[in-house]
Design a protein around this ligand. Structure first.
Ligand SMILES: Cc1cc2nc3c(=O)[nH]c(=O)nc-3n(C[C@H](O)[C@H](O)[C@H](O)COP(=O)(O)O)c2cc1C
Length: 294
C-alpha cells in the first residue's frame, strides 16, 4: 500500500518549478481568470488558480440552461465559453499582474493542432506559470473527452504542447471513457509535467413531470463532494503508475477531503463547486488543514 500520512510539508508543496503556499488550486471554470476574486481578496490562502478554458477562437458555449442543481451536486454544460486566446492575451492577462498566486491557463481545442496553436500564442505572456491541457471536457461535440479517452491522442497532444513551451503543463484527464491510467502514462510519455485527475463525470438530470432535460445540452459534467471516493480511487491508481505529480480535481467539500486526496498521492488539489457555493470556505481550507495536522 502506498498511502501517505500528509505532513505540514505537504501544505507547502514544491513542484512544477514552484514553491506553492498551499496545495489548493481553484479549478478551471469556477473562478474565471480570477479578476473578480482578486478584487474581493478571495485569493488569500489559495495556492494557485486554473483559468477558464481558453481556445483559439472565441466560443459562445452551449445555449442556456447550462447549469443545473441536482439534489447532491451540480451539472454544467457550459461548452467552453471563452473570449478566445487573442482577447485573453490583450484584455485579461495584463489585468492580472497583481495576482497573489500562480496561474495555470486551461487550454482546450477542437483539433489536436489547436492545442499547440493556443499554447504558442500564450507563450507571448510571461504571466502564466504554465498550462492545464484540457483533453477531457464532456460538453463539446468535437475533441474534448474523446481525445482524453485515446492514449495515442493524449500522447500526441502532450508532445505538441511540450514542443512549444518550456513552462510546465498538466494534462487533465477524463474519468468517463477509456483507461485513465493508460491516458496518464501517455501524457507522461508525451512530456507532460503533471496530470490532473480528473475532469467532471458525465451526468444527466430530467424534470420527469415535463419529460424535459435540465440542461439544453442534455448531458453535463457532474461535480459534488459526493464524488470524493471516485476521485480518491483514481488519484491512487494514477499516482501509483506514473512518476510525474498528480493534481487531484473533484469531490472536495472540506479540509479533511483535501488531506484524503494528498494521502492517496495527490500533490495539489483543485476545488471547484465549493468555491461557487462558498468562497470563504475555500480561503479557510489551508488554515483548517494546518489545525488538523497539528
Ligand atoms: C461551472 C463549471 C465550469 C467548468 N469549466 C471547466 C473548464 O472550462 N475546463 C475544465 O478543464 N474544467 C472545467 N470544470 C471542471 C472543474 O475544473 C473541476 O474539474 C471540477 O469542478 C472539480 O470538481 P469539484 O467541483 O467537485 O471540486 C468546470 C466545472 C464547473 C462546475
Amino acid at each position: 500500500m502506498r498511502l501517505r500520512e500528509p505532513t505540514a510539508a505537504d501544505l507547502r508543496p514544491e513542484l512544477l518549478g514552484t514553491a506553492f503556499r498551499s496545495p489548493i488550486l481553484l479549478a478551471s471554470g469556477t473562478a474565471g481568470f480570477g479578476l473578480e476574486l482578486l478584487r474581493m481578496d478571495h485569493l488569500d490562502g489559495v495556492g494557485g488558480l486554473v483559468s477558464k478554458a481558453t481556445t483559439l477562437k472565441p466560443r459562445e458555449g452551449n445555449p442556456p440552461p447550462r447549469i443545473a442543481e441536482t439534489r447532491f451536486g451540480l451539472l454544467n454544460a457550459i461548452g467552453l465559453a471563452n473570449p478566445g486566446v487573442d482577447s485573453v492575451l490583450s484584455d485579461i492577462l495584463p489585468r492580472l499582474s497583481g495576482l497573489p498566486c500562480p496561474l495555470l491557463v486551461n487550454v482546450a481545442g477542437s483539433t489536436e493542432q489547436e492545442y499547440g496553436l493556443v499554447v504558442e500564442r500564450l507563450e507571448e505572456s510571461d504571466l502564466p506559470l504554465g498550462y492545464e491541457i484540457n483533453v477531457s471536457c464532456p460538453n463539446v461535440a468535437e475533441g474534448g473527452m474523446l481525445f482524453g479517452a485515446d492514449p495515442a491522442a493524449v500522447e500526441r497532444i502532450s508532445r505538441r504542447v511540450a514542443d512549444r513551451t518550456r513552462k510546465p503543463f498538466s494534462v487533465k484527464l477524463t474519468p468517463n471513457e477509456g483507461s485513465i491510467v493508460e491516458s496518464a502514462a501517455a501524457a507522461e510519455e508525451g512530456g507532460a509535467d503533471a496530470v490532473t485527475v480528473c475532469n467532471t463525470f458525465l451526468g444527466m438530470s430530467i424534470d420527469w413531470r415535463e419529460a424535459k432535460p435540465q440542461l439544453s445540452n442534455l448531458t453535463g459534467g457532474y461535480t459534488s463532494p459526493t464524488l470524493l471516493p471516485l476521485v480518491v480511487a483514481r488519484v491512487y491508481s494514477v499516482s501509483g503508475s506514473v512518476q510525474i505529480p498528480v493534481i487531484a480535481s473533484g469531490g472536495v467539500g472540506r479540509a479533511e477531503d483535501v488531506l484524503e486526496l494528498l494521502s492517496a498521492g495527490a500533490r495539489l488539489v483543485e476545488v471547484g463547486t465549493l468555491l461557487l457555493r462558498s468562497p470563504d470556505d475555500v480561503c479557510r481550507l489551508t488554515k483548517e488543514m494546518e489545525g488538523l495536522l497539528e
